[in-house]
Ligand binder design. Structure first.
Ligand SMILES: Cc1cc2nc3c(=O)[nH]c(=O)nc-3n(C[C@H](O)[C@H](O)[C@H](O)COP(=O)(O)OP(=O)(O)OC[C@H]3O[C@@H](n4cnc5c(N)ncnc54)[C@H](O)[C@@H]3O)c2cc1C
Length: 390
């Protein structure tokens, strides 16, 4: 019997895979997305109700043009899926405040990216931050960088919206079906799943924490880490007012150079309460299929200590907590581009705890590679060559 055939197979329909399905389907491409779990789900990297989005990118200024395009695509997605029709908003612009020492990584890095790309921002002294955002207590030696254009995305809604729109444009999305292996052949790929074997002209590998298995030897440099999130219930009307969107921004504090703690204003969308987490990839290595180890009291205590020092009004009773997976590349930058051995395969992996905000533009880049073998987006700095050279 002939194999079921598609133009493109997307392996993993999470943050990047759902966006790729959408961008391919809207171009009229016959695409199938194959996802081992539900859509969305809480076993990978896209759960937890909020992902920060910002443009003054301290990690590397070359990300800024991709972010500009991502902003356009998030606005478009908001309008198409829910924002325009009274549904729950996906993209919330709340402003973003980054605090750090003047010679640290975050504030100087964000300022350099903002200068290079002409992004609107403000530099604030410790007291100016406290006057503007009274919930913060800022140590004298820290300074603030404020970016009005920053905000957060609701990741579960975004994955669902990309997948729904993809299906509306003719994509087939299958859930509860794992990809077991794949092979490149003359003119295409053959993919074996837990249900059947299918073929296509092109394969996109968007497996998140499972990318190591999908990439085989090429995935050897990826590490998966367990990350802890907690939601607290700050007491009283006063706290609710000071921590509300419009009054309180998304925030990132450089508590351990070059990493730190971050969080969001309190909103009624998605998770209730005040969310705090540590962004420090590499602390606790795990396997993607390991059972999630529950958050410990000690871990919550560490997060509380940060709040008592920097945002004391937010330190209320624990509402809930969970863990989520980062998939880290060797240098913390994404691995995005054609597979170095197989031209019919493109890879998007190693998002290193900061990829969600890029998912629509990554979807567009993946669709470009699958359809044309190249993209006009500047993604050379994310190519495999940099890692194979080092
Ligand atoms: C706690 C936490 C906080 C974060 N905060 C931010 C933030 O503030 N801002 C930001 O921009 N980014 C943030 N990130 C990072 C961002 O969420 C990730 O970079 C992004 O979600 C990665 O997307 P992905 O598509 O690679 O992975 P996922 O969204 O996990 O998708 C991969 C999918 O592939 C599927 N899959 C894998 N293997 C197979 C297989 N063999 N067969 C079928 N399906 C398969 C998986 O089930 C999964 O659904 C955060 C991440 C975490 C964990």
């Amino acid at each position: 019997m002939p194999l079921k055939s598609y133009d493109v197979i997307v392996a993993g329909v999470g943050s990047m895979g759902s966006a790729a399905c959408y961008h391919l389907a809207r171009r009229g491409v016959r695409v199938v997305g194959i996802e081992q779990f539900d859509l969305p789900h809480a076993r990978g990297s896209h759960h937890g109700y909020s992902r920060m989005i910002r443009q003054s990118y301290y990690e590397h200024p070359d990300y800024v043009p991709l972010l500009r395009r991502s902003y356009e695509l998030w606005d478009d997605l908001n309008g198409r899926s829910c924002g325009g029709s009274g549904g729950e908003k996906i993209f919330h612009r709340t402003g973003g405040l980054y605090l750090g020492p003047p010679d640290g990584a975050i504030v100087p890095g964000a300022a350099a990216a903002a200068r290079e790309h002409g992004l609107s921002h403000e530099l604030l002294g410790a007291r100016e931050v406290e006057e503007r955002f009274p919930a913060f207590c800022v140590e004298d030696q820290y300074i603030g960088f404020y970016e009005e254009n920053a905000g957060f995305i609701v990741p579960e809604l975004a994955v669902r919206a990309h997948a729904d729109l993809a299906c509306a444009h003719g994509a087939e999305i299958r859930t509860g079906e794992g990809i077991i292996d794949w092979r490149a052949e003359e003119g295409g790929v053959v993919v074996r799943t837990s249900r059947e074997t299918v073929e296509a002209g092109h394969l996109l590998l968007t497996g998140g924490a499972w990318s190591g298995a999908l990439l085989r030897e090429l995935g050897a440099g990826l590490t998966v880490t367990r990350q802890v999130l907690a939601w607290l219930d700050p007491a009283g009307e006063h706290a609710s007012q000071l921590l509300a969107p419009g009054v309180f921004p998304c925030w990132f504090i450089e508590t351990t150079t070059p990493f730190g703690h971050y969080g969001f204003p309190m909103t009624s969308s998605g998770g209730r309460g005040f969310k705090i987490a540590l962004h420090q990839p590499g602390l606790e290595l795990v396997g993607a299929d390991d059972p999630a180890v529950p958050v410990t009291e000690e871990e919550v205590g560490d997060l509380r200590e940060i709040l008592r020092r920097w945002i004391p009004i937010a330190d209320g009773p624990l509402l809930t907590s969970c863990t989520c997976l980062y998939t880290n590349s060797p240098d913390g930058n994404f691995m995005l581009g054609p597979h170095p051995e197989y031209p019919g395969v493109t890879v998007a992996a190693g998002f290193s705890g900061h990829g969600f905000k890029f998912s629509p533009v990554v979807g567009e880049v993946l669709a470009d590679f699958a359809c044309a073998g190249s993209t006009t987006h500047e993604v050379g700095f994310l190519s495999w060559e940099r890692l194979l050279r080092s």
